[in-house]
Design a protein around this ligand. Structure first.
Ligand SMILES: Cc1cc2nc3c(=O)[nH]c(=O)nc-3n(C[C@H](O)[C@H](O)[C@H](O)COP(=O)(O)O)c2cc1C
Length: 195
């Protein structure tokens, strides 16, 4: 297969596009769409978000060291895009997008009630990398919407239709391909396990 060689850049896709909620010391809160995010450690559970210092949200998170990662869905796609082009300096994104502030359990930042998963975070370190500063944070609590819990106590995130961001475009999640470890399980049954 022939290849084109490109200059160095960001091509690690697909990614989630999450809604990060944050609040300043005086309680003014905001939402910002973030794709530069991920999990970095299982124990202790740690995540990161990378923000440009010019973002209004950057100032708020610097002040309190707290934020919540709210996962997005197909139903929240337009809101995620909108919150990624408007600034909280000019608009109340919660009000404009009719989002509901809910109570976090460990941080003083509201969660987005409409999101199926809310990951409460406290910043450990800020790495000033360049265009973006990386907030390395410990997860202090996770809230999940019980409507996606099945009768057996399993959380079915796929039923919330998570939003996927890939090279500047939004997608829904694709076709189910198998379960963790299915490649080493014997027989066709492994692929057909009921989810
Ligand atoms: C899909 C998407 C992903 C984005 N990812 C990031 C990101 O990872 N880091 C960042 O600083 N800005 C990112 N942005 C841009 C901010 O969301 C945008 O500048 C926003 O208006 C800043 O809001 P604020 O000024 O209220 O904080 C993204 C925007 C979109 C639409």
């Amino acid at each position: 297969m022939a290849k084109e060689i490109w200059k160095p850049g960001n091509m690690l896709y697909p990614l989630p596009a999450v809604l990060v909620s944050c609040a300043g010391r005086d309680g003014r809160d905001n939402l910002v769409t973030v794709a530069w995010t991920g999990t970095v450690c299982t124990n202790p559970p740690m995540v990161y978000i990378s923000l440009r210092p010019s973002r209004y949200s950057y100032q708020l998170i610097r002040e309190t060291g707290e934020f919540v990662i709210n996962l997005t869905t197909e139903g929240l796609a337009e809101t995620a895009d909108w919150c990624g082009v408007k600034s909280g300096r000019d608009v109340d994104k919660w009000q404009e997008r009719k989002l509901t502030r809910g109570a976090a359990s460990t941080v003083s930042v509201p969660i987005v009630e409409e999101s199926p998963v809310n990951i409460e975070c406290r910043v450990n370190q800020v790495l000033e990398l360049g265009s973006h500063h990386m907030f390395l944070a410990e997860v202090t609590a996770v809230q999940v919407s019980d409507e996606y819990m099945d009768g057996g106590g399993t959380f079915r995130l796929s039923q919330a239709h998570p939003l996927v961001y890939s090279h500047g475009e939004y997608y829904s999640m694709g076709k189910w391909q198998g379960k963790f470890g299915y490649s080493v399980k014997k027989g066709k049954k492994a692929r057909k396990q009921i989810r």
